[in-house]
Design a protein around this ligand. Sequence first.
Ligand code: SF4
Length: 445
Amino acid sequence: MEAGATKERLYVETYGCQMNTYDSGLVAKILSDRFSAVQNPEQADLILLNTCAIREKAHEKVYGRLGSFRDLKKRNPGLIIGVLGCMAQNLGDDLFAMGLPVDILAGPDNYRSLPSLVDEVRDSRRHRILTRLSLDETYGDIQPNVVQGCLAFVTIMRGCDNFCSFCVVPYTRGRERSRSSASIVDEIRRLVDEEGVKEVTLLGQNVNSYAHEGIDFTTLVEQILAKTNVIRIRFSSPHPHHFPERLLRLMAAEKRFASQVHLPLQSGSTRVLERMNRGYSRDQFLELVDQVRTIVPGVELTTDVIVGFSGETEEEFQDTLSAVEYSRFMMAYMFAYSEREQTLAKKKFPDDVSEETKGERLSRLITLQREVAGKSNLEEVGRVHEVLVEGFSRRSEADLAGRTDSGKVVVFPTDPSAVPGQLVNVRITATSSATLRGELIRNVG
Ligand code: SF4
């Protein structure tokens, strides 16, 4: 772009997981020579929806949103609309066939080509699609600045090789590949030193498979601890299969490595886990829960659970309930099974649990999980936690909010001595199933 030329305006909307949020940052950075970001699609020359394919509901939201852009497109025929991410990869040309206002489809490994795709659409006045999956694209040289106050998210690897039978990710995000540890350390060092970031969450579909030139995930975390001044590191998600004990020992030994582990259970029934191709049994999962709790005192666990997977019987669902009760998860993402295109489950197992049964099981699971979390939170009353202040609570500026080392959200009265980015000691005085309430007792850093 010539010096002095006015930039065009880019509006990006993100659906789905934190990795998508990170990818939207990558996209904005890739286009930043020519486009500056705007917060309103009405002002944009280029609208990009970065989509998720994990559940049908996510698709429906995007169809609705695209439909709502029809009038914008009529008023501004020069407007270009693109769909990025997992839906673009998963549905491909079918999305063009739906009659929605879409000019560009670009899969997760094709974002470097966005500037030329925009030019091609302008020149040819025809739509363009690019959904090549790559074996080596990690965008490791691009630092997108995905910062929320004192928190940042950094993607360390892309893709997944696990092929869980229900999951579309290996088809939409391709095979596993890891960024170099040097590029990750460099990005985190810059976020901490230049952007005031205090806590970083390392992202990947399966972070315990991280591998780059002989460096595994535990060694990567050791390097980040040694080479940056970040005060807390979290990560999401590991796979329960082959969970590294070394990582747990590091978590127990290093105060800056937060005592929180996301362990996606998916189902508590060994038979369902086999159909899901998860690579572990119920007993192996519960043994891992015991191991994590033994090695890392005070650790909190979170999870993902799917109910109503193909063929799930009441007895198998009961196994999920008892596994959830045993594991005492602090928080769970709970969903009814939604069949996805391309997956092994779609080809091999009928989606034969009725929607009514799925809904009924989901609400029983949610009720149980609330009880489990509520009970565990009650035990917190009277304890003192070191809390990283993130800002005002969502409800009111009369309260500040932050999280404990183990990831629990704590709300406490606003105090001039506690500012965002600071570690403070808070005594817990009351709880609900989702939040702890407390009082500030003294600053620690
Ligand atoms: S581990 Fe399984 S559920 Fe997770 S992204 Fe990979 S295939 Fe999907």
